[in-house]
Design a protein around this ligand. Structure first.
Ligand code: G6P
Length: 371
């Protein structure tokens, strides 16, 4: 109903706007006053967690992209090998798991059948299962050994937005917590990241405040039938998510690629006027940043219309960008939390301009409870 939408035209626009709060609420109460993490619903003891020698993240759809982001962070902070797999693939391939494997199931609804079946399988193999879920008391957390709830509030629009951001935050909390359990030294990167996480809600708010630029861009590109998204490192899953949102909502062809793969195929798709979103890593990661700048030059030289998401103060890309979308400065691993937001807004706006039902895209369901 209109009242539930709180004055917004769509649940999705409301849920996009709620993201600063979703991030803040997911962080809330999970830090002690001395800056250490505490995860109350974490039913696994520190001793049990210290036994973990492998992490496998399983999920479907947008949640699987949150998992891809998490892999970079979790391996970097914990030095525990971490794989990410689609739940529907995991079960049927005879994965190598045992008591020292932590299977992390990410699911907004907690009811996705493939994810549920995957955790049942993992538990039969004696793996420990932790779920990251937004729905209290739903089936997946009930059947898990441990849970980290995301506190995004109910997500109604079929396409996930605040669900995704809060899943990424919960994954970071898990990674940082495991690092803490393993004895990571404080005063180092971990403390810095925790401080930076607290700055994220304000930075997400800034992306919302700057939505007008993205909406204008959607109006300009409303007749395009194909879009490409390029990213690397954690910008790669952001590219995948940007493309998925466009497919789901606007029913246009959209694909995300790892920038390093450009020359292995995607560049053949580039033709005059093809819109190409590019997520540029922070300049602190100079090698990654330089490489992607040369990718932008390459596609631009072949006629692509380049829409470049890049942090404040980095002007190296400006000469090769048709549109520059500015991102606040954040550590590389946290960049998905700000970079995803304009891509959500773009997809939502394009769908609305095309006259589609933003909240209930054709053929899709909020929660896929069949295999
Ligand atoms: C459906 C929804 C997506 C969601 C996916 C996984 O496809 O439309 O938005 O990402 O399911 O859902 P889950 O509830 O498990 O996160």
């Amino acid at each position: 109903t209109a009242a539930e939408k709180g004055g917004y035209d769509w649940f999705m626009t409301k849920e996009i706007e709620e993201q600063p709060k979703a991030v803040a609420d997911t962080l809330l109460g999970r830090m002690t006053t001395d800056g250490r993490l505490q995860l109350d619903e974490m039913r696994l003891s520190d001793d049990e967690l210290r036994e973990i020698d492998k992490i496998i993240i399983i999920a479907c759809g947008t949640a699987s992209y949150a998992g891809l982001v998490a892999k970079y962070a979790i391996e970097h902070w914990t030095r525990i090998p971490c794989e990410v797999e689609l739940a529907s693939e995991f079960r049927y391939r005879d994965p190598i798991i045992d008591r020292s494997t932590l299977v992390v199931a990410i699911s907004q609804s907690g009811e996705t059948m493939d994810t549920l079946m995957a955790i049942r399988y993992a538990r039969q193999q004696r793996a420990r299962v932790l779920s990251i879920c937004n729905t209290n008391g739903s089936t997946i957390p009930r059947e898990s050994d441990a849970v980290i709830y995301t506190h995004a509030g109910p997500e109604v629009a079929v396409a996930s937005t605040k669900g995704f951001l809060s899943q990424v935050v919960a994954c970071y909390l898990l990674g940082l917590y495991l690092a803490q359990v393993k004895g990571a030294k404080y005063g180092d990167e971990i403390t810095h990241i925790i401080d930076e996480l607290h700055e994220i809600p304000a930075k997400v708010q800034r992306m919302l405040d700057e939505a007008e630029q993205v909406k204008k861009l959607a109006a300009e590109l409303v007749d395009r039938r194909s879009f490409l998204f390029l990213g690397r490192h954690v910008g790669f899953p952001v590219a995948l998510e940007g493309a998925l949102k466009l497919k789901e909502l606007a029913y246009v062809h959209a694909e995300g690629f790892a920038a390093g793969e450009l020359k292995h195929g995607p560049i053949a798709l580039v033709e005059q006027g093809l819109p190409m979103f590019v997520v540029v890593p922070p300049r602190a990661r100079d090698q990654l940043q330089e490489k992607i700048v040369s990718n932008i030059q390459e596609v631009r030289a072949r006629g692509a219309y380049t829409i470049v998401l890049v942090e404040d103060g980095d002007d190296t890309v400006v000469p090769f960008s048709d549109v520059v979308i500015r991102l606040p400065k954040v550590p590389t691993l946290l960049q998905p939390l700000v970079a995803t937001v304009p891509l959500q807004i773009f997809a939502c706006e394009l769908a609305e301009l095309l006259g589609h039902d933003v909240d209930q895209p054709r053929n899709l369901a909020k929660s896929v409870t069949v295999e």
